[in-house]
Design a binder for this molecule. Structure first.
Ligand code: CTP
Length: 215
């Protein structure tokens, strides 16, 4: 199967020296890419800026902004069997990017922000998509309720929910997996490498089931 995986944060520039971003390390997405390659899948890895070396056999696309990630994902959408959007995408970007460094002022200042495009939602809206669509939900509270809302609103097949405070910048995670048919599965705290192997098996089986149902 061909997997596309997004990983890491996106960055939204404010001026030539500043940006808005988040603490995502990219480790979960890179671990999923490694695990998929290990069992013989083809992998396109679309990555925001992280301190990790990409797996050697992957088709690697380095991006910075949300718009760049959106464009890269849509470029490959027709060729995919499984699309896993693991990236911690910036939700907002500055209304304008200053071409010169913004100078400090004695008074306070504020930044006007507009929403970025939602990559997962844009794929969920595609009629008759052939690939399994997997989103991640990073939450700090009401994990199951918030993740269930994302599953429904973004129209994906699977949401992998995790506590952002447990997951960010660490090598371990614990997961709650929600399927669109109402099934749920929990995987207790383990290394991201172990979790990634389990997730790849679940994603490949789910896509196989989708295809069998459609025949
Ligand atoms: N996502 C995306 N494009 C965005 C924002 C999020 O594709 N502009 C994807 C993420 O990659 C993830 C899922 O949507 O697979 C949920 O991301 P998350 O940050 O948990 O949720 P948001 O939709 O941003 O909502 P909130 O920040 O309010 O929790």
């Amino acid at each position: 199967m061909t997997f596309l995986i997004t990983a890491g944060p996106t960055r939204e520039p404010i001026d030539p020296v500043r940006y808005i971003s988040n603490r995502s390390s990219g480790k979960m997405g890179y671990a999923i890419a490694e695990a998929a390659l290990d069992v013989g899948h083809d992998v396109v890895l679309v990555s925001g800026p992280v301190n990790l070396a990409p797996p050697t056999k992957t088709k690697f696309i380095s991006v910075s902004t949300t718009d760049e990630m959106f464009e890269a994902v849509h470029r490959y959408a027709d060729e995919l069997d499984v699309c896993v959007l693991c990236a911690a995408v910036a939700d907002y970007k500055p209304t304008k990017i200053s071409p010169t460094k913004i100078k400090k002022r004695a008074a306070g200042t504020s930044l006007e922000l507009i929403p970025t495009c939602d990559i997962l939602q844009s794929l969920g809206r595609q009629q008759n998509r052939k690939f399994l669509l997997v989103g991640f939900a990073a939450e700090t509270d009401h994990l199951e309720a918030n993740a269930t809302k994302k599953l429904r609103e973004k129209n994906c097949d699977i949401i992998v929910a995790n506590d952002a405070c447990v997951a960010m910048e660490t090598d371990e995670n614990e997961l709650l997996i929600l399927f669109c048919d109402g099934e749920t599965k929990r995987i207790s705290r383990a290394s991201k490498t172990f979790l990634a192997r389990e997730l790849v098996k679940i994603f490949a089986n789910s896509q196989q089931k989708r295809l069998t149902k459609k025949l």
